[in-house]
Design a protein around this ligand. Structure first.
Ligand SMILES: Cc1cc2nc3c(=O)[nH]c(=O)nc-3n(C[C@H](O)[C@H](O)[C@H](O)COP(=O)(O)OP(=O)(O)OC[C@H]3O[C@@H](n4cnc5c(N)ncnc54)[C@H](O)[C@@H]3O)c2cc1C
Ligand code: SF4
Length: 484
């Protein structure tokens, strides 16, 4: 275990951050590393509480007390091996995970939980710095060929797992670069893109073949793929955007968040010129919708030099603390204030947009809202006399997603479930033989940690399908790691 009574001796610390007024001048990550000695102490706060609820809080089943203990004892290499045994890409989760493990940490019942996510990040960063993270090439080849469609975290995790047990893995990606939403959704200030590139180098050296700018169903037919590969995994994400079909939604200046954010990431990556940038500079921006997407729009707008940024949420303001409805160790639905919110934005709750207003020349000049309340049937009721006009020149729609693109599922003749996601059985197998699905395409828009977890699980199922048994591991319904 960490340090006996370490949790009484040391307070929790988080990474410190560059001041908001400074960090919005560029798109770089803005956290400041704690000292190695401080990280040792933070690992020492872990109580090794006997029943590690953090394991079940983490969708990957990360062996948290074990790596905390290794960090406390300054054995970073051991910590890295423990972490990599359940998580292919801790550098993504260590930066971007909302850390449900910390909400399930037993210490969190009486005191701030162990800074698990931060420790995870610095274990893997130490691994890269010391050159400990090297390609692991398969020791044998099975002669089986697997196609992975989509290179987000689900596709990358599935590809790495299957390659390691000797299958020939080819990844098809319709974008020009690998990474899915890690590359073209999440802004650089949350994760710089060299973090994806350095992992990609390892995956390529391990022998995975990557084909970018190839859209399956368009540039290569589904029939061709079915003929050539022994198994196919659909990791195509859930990218169908929800619209706001109200008066004026076609005005210039009403933009989908997932048109705005990829455009900005491409601009930061110098793939686009200033003229082609969808820019918030000197504009009053209203972001409709919350979550990670809304928050990323706020951070990006501020970096682009927006005059003002307002965020609308149709939901009522959540409580600041955990309520009895989601007791420990469950994920608490409470007010989340992200680093982007702290950089400058005004938030409005229980508000509904009724109409976009134009300037008579096709450009957005404002919008009209009404305050609402939720009745006992969970329906919206407008509050009379609360209509308001908000001047704005840019609106970003961050209203969530309606599942994966349907056209490719149709071409493969796959069944969808009631929520419009690819239907699978408990073995991640779709309605068609040898076609599997994982990540957001299967579970709907979710989290990176879930995508990696599903990528690992589907790899186990595909390996078992191809070979009759698997030496990989998968989490069972209780969250325990199993192999078969
Ligand atoms: C703006 C934004 C911010 C987010 N921030 C966070 C965060 O901070 N933390 C967090 O945990 N989660 C976050 N998420 C959610 C997270 O990014 C996703 O849950 C995760 O990326 C899903 O991984 P995936 O591999 O299933 O799909 P994706 O990452 O969506 O990857 C799917 C890939 O499939 C490709 N593809 C689709 N169709 C085809 C085809 N026909 N042929 C070839 N390729 C195809 C796509 O181009 C894409 O690259 C965020 C999401 C968004 C939109
Ligand atoms: S992946 Fe997320 S939930 Fe799992 S240990 Fe890391 S921060 Fe916690």
């Amino acid at each position: 275990m960490g340090k006996l009574k370490g949790f009484l001796e040391f307070d929790r610390i988080d990474e410190s951050q560059v001041n908001p007024s400074e960090r919005i001048k560029n798109y770089s990550e803005f956290t400041i590393s704690p000292s190695p000695e401080e990280l040792n102490k933070q690992g020492g706060r872990c109580m090794d509480c006997g029943v590690p609820f953090c394991h079940s809080g983490c969708p990957l089943g990360n062996l948290i007390p074990d790596f905390n203990d290794a960090v406390y004892k300054n054995d970073w290499k051991k910590a890295l091996n423990i972490l990599h045994s359940t998580n292919n890409f801790p550098e993504f989760t260590g930066r971007l995970c909302p850390a449900p493990c910390e909400q399930a940490c037993v210490l969190g019942l009486v005191s701030p939980p162990v800074s698990i996510e931060m420790i995870e990040k610095y274990i893997v960063e130490k691994g890269f710095k010391e050159g400990w993270i090297k390609p692991i090439k398969p020791t044998h080849k099975t002669g089986k060929k697997v196609a992975v469609i989509g290179s987000g975290p689900a596709g990358l995790a599935a590809a790495q797992q299957l390659n390691r047990v000797g299958h020939r893995v080819t990844v098809f990606e319709k974008d020009n670069k690998i990474g899915g939403l890690l590359r073209y959704g999440i802004p650089d200030f949350k994760m710089e893109k060299n973090i994806i590139d350095r992992r990609l180098e390892i995956l390529i050296a391990e022998g995975i073949e990557f084909n970018t700018s190839i859209e399956v169903g368009k540039d290569i037919s589904t029939k061709e793929l079915e003929k050539e590969f022994d198994a196919i995994i659909m990791c195509i994400g859930a990218s169908v955007k929800r619209n706001l079909p109200i008066l004026g939604s076609d005005l210039k200046g009403v933009i989908q968040a997932m048109d705005f954010l990829p455009n900005s990431n491409k601009f930061v990556d110098k793939q686009l010129s200033l003229q082609k940038q969808l820019s918030a500079k000197n504009k009053d921006v209203i972001v409709i919708g919350g979550g990670d997407t809304g928050s990323d729009c706020i951070g990006t707008s501020n970096r682009q030099g927006a005059k003002s940024v307002i965020n609308f949420e149709i939901t009522s303001k959540p409580s600041e603390e955990r309520t009895n409805k989601n007791p420990w160790p469950f994920w608490p639905f409470k007010l989340k204030t992200s680093s982007s919110h702290e950089e400058g934005s005004h938030r409005e709750w229980s508000i509904m947009t009724k109409e976009f207003i134009g300037d008579g020349k096709g450009n957005l000049s404002g919008l009209k809202t009404v305050e609402i309340k939720w009745n006992h049937k969970n329906e919206i009721e407008e509050i009379k006399g609360t209509e308001k006009i908000w001047p704005c020149q840019m609106v970003l729609l961050a209203l969530g997603f309606l599942g994966p693109e349907k056209s490719i599922a149709e071409k493969f003749e796959l069944k969808l479930n009631q929520r419009g996601n690819i239907q699978t059985d408990e073995h991640y197998k779709s309605s068609k033989n040898k076609i599997f699905a994982a990540g957001d395409a299967r579970r709907g828009q979710s989290l990176i940690v879930w995508a990696i977890s599903e990528g690992r699980d589907v790899a186990f199922e595909v390996d078992k399908f191809l070979m009759g048994k698997s030496f990989l591991t998968k989490k069972n319904s209780k969250g325990d790691l199993i192999s078969a």
